[in-house]
Design a protein around this ligand. Structure first.
Ligand SMILES: [Zn+2]
Length: 113
């Protein structure tokens, strides 16, 4: 009679008593000490996290949540005969993507939500 290889002992290690430390990723906290880079509509000067160079970001507008929201609102108020497509042509309704002109990597994003 051969035993199966199920030698899993059921005294598995207990879960850690404390939560793993919070991994706050890229959160723009308001810290007066650090110069927090806020990405808005205009190009900003920042340090590219990818290539490490000090660059002025190049911005491009991208259809975002607000664009669709504006589209929905426009359609809701009765302008659904093509007018709801206007938000897609208005940069003010779009998200702004900041990319590094040096390495073309996206360094930040301005989400209007
Ligand atoms: Zn870069």
């Amino acid at each position: 009679m051969e035993k199966q290889g199920l030698n899993q002992n059921y005294n598995s290690p207990p879960p850690p008593p404390y939560q793993a430390e919070q991994t706050t990723a890229v959160v723009f906290q308001q810290q007066p000490m650090v110069t927090v880079q806020l990405f808005r509509e205009a190009p900003v000067r920042t340090r590219c996290p990818h290539c490490g160079s000090d660059v002025i970001t190049s911005t491009m507008f991208e259809t975002g949540t607000v664009t669709w929201l504006a589209c929905a609102i426009t359609a809701f108020v009765g302008c659904w005969l093509g007018c709801c497509l206007i938000p897609f042509c208005v940069d003010g309704c779009k998200d702004v993507v900041h990319s590094c002109p040096n390495c073309q990597q996206v360094v930040g994003r301005y989400n209007r939500m």
